[in-house]
Design a binder for this molecule. Structure first.
Ligand SMILES: [Zn+2]
Length: 280
């Protein structure tokens, strides 16, 4: 048995009761169902800990987690949870989970969204069927095949000549929270072109030296966030006043409120802050 590993498998709808060692990623809205241990830490419940009624909700095998079958369970909003199970907001739960569990939960969340929203053929309207040999759905009438939809987005930490960080307030953010420039990749673009365009559109500056940093699954509902760093090439930040209502370059000493831990945005901001204090 392998520990701390997650391996994706082809999706398989299960109608038999969960086995004792099967791990359940049960989702209700943006929450995941967990067991709280005595230490206060949370983990996924097993089939032994939660005897789900087979008819209560769809259960789908999505992979193997730490050597055990791992299934997505899509819970109806009104299902009563037996003690000691509890619903934990996914963004919070991710802070506690190790990488393998995080991958399993993000996969479950994106697949749940896809299965709920892609039930019919976009060409002819017939109900789709799950394929047995790959993670996809096929139309029995016209043969069209549909794969899970993941929407790529970029997020970029732009610094100026003095090493200050570009932070912007999005009209959708609560309070006066500021974050990095981010946006969805447009059809036909490379990730780097998306970085250049988003920064230009939202704050009217040009950037150079775009470098890939890392990525993060962002299943709210179905994104993949690709993180970058870049440097100011020309211009002064001028918010578009539509999506972005305030923007500027900040030092760690004068920066506004930023997103809580758990996002690649915060990771890039923390990394910049550490590097900044190391500057002469
Ligand atoms: Zn069709």
């Amino acid at each position: 048995m392998m520990n701390n590993s997650f391996v994706s498998t082809v999706i398989e709808v299960r109608r038999t009761p969960a086995t004792a060692e099967e791990l359940l990623v049960a989702l209700r809205g943006d929450s995941v169902i967990v067991v709280e241990e005595e230490s206060g830490r949370h983990r996924l419940p097993s089939g032994a800990e939660w005897q789900l009624e087979p008819d209560c909700c769809e259960r789908v095998l999505i992979g193997r987690l730490d050597g055990s079958d791992c299934s997505l369970v899509s819970l109806p909003a009104d299902l009563q949870l037996p003690r000691p199970l509890q619903a934990l907001e996914l963004r919070r739960a991710r802070l506690e989970f190790d990488e393998a569990v995080e991958v399993a939960v993000c996969r479950a969340k994106e697949l749940a969204f896809w299965r709920r929203n892609h039930r019919y053929c976009g060409s002819c309207g017939r109900a789709l069927e799950d394929l047995r040999d790959e993670c996809a759905r096929k139309c029995p009438a016209c043969g069209a095949v549909f794969y899970p939809v993941i929407s790529p987005a970029i997020i970029v930490a732009v610094t100026d000549d003095e090493g200050r960080l570009l932070l912007a307030h999005n009209a959708k953010f609560r309070g006066m929270m500021h974050s990095l420039i981010a946006g969805f990749v447009e059809p036909g673009e490379t990730l780097e072109e998306a970085v250049r365009r988003e920064v230009r559109e939202e704050v009217a500056i040009e950037v150079k030296n775009i470098r890939y940093y890392g990525s993060q699954s962002w299943p709210y509902p179905n994104s993949l966030m690709a993180g970058f760093t870049a440097e100011l090439a020309s211009g002064a930040p001028s918010p578009d006043m539509f999506e972005i209502t305030a923007a500027g370059f900040y030092t760690p000493a004068d920066m506004p409120e930023v997103p809580p831990p758990g996002s690649i945005a915060r990771e890039l901001i923390d990394r910049w802050r550490n590097n900044f204090s190391g500057r002469k």
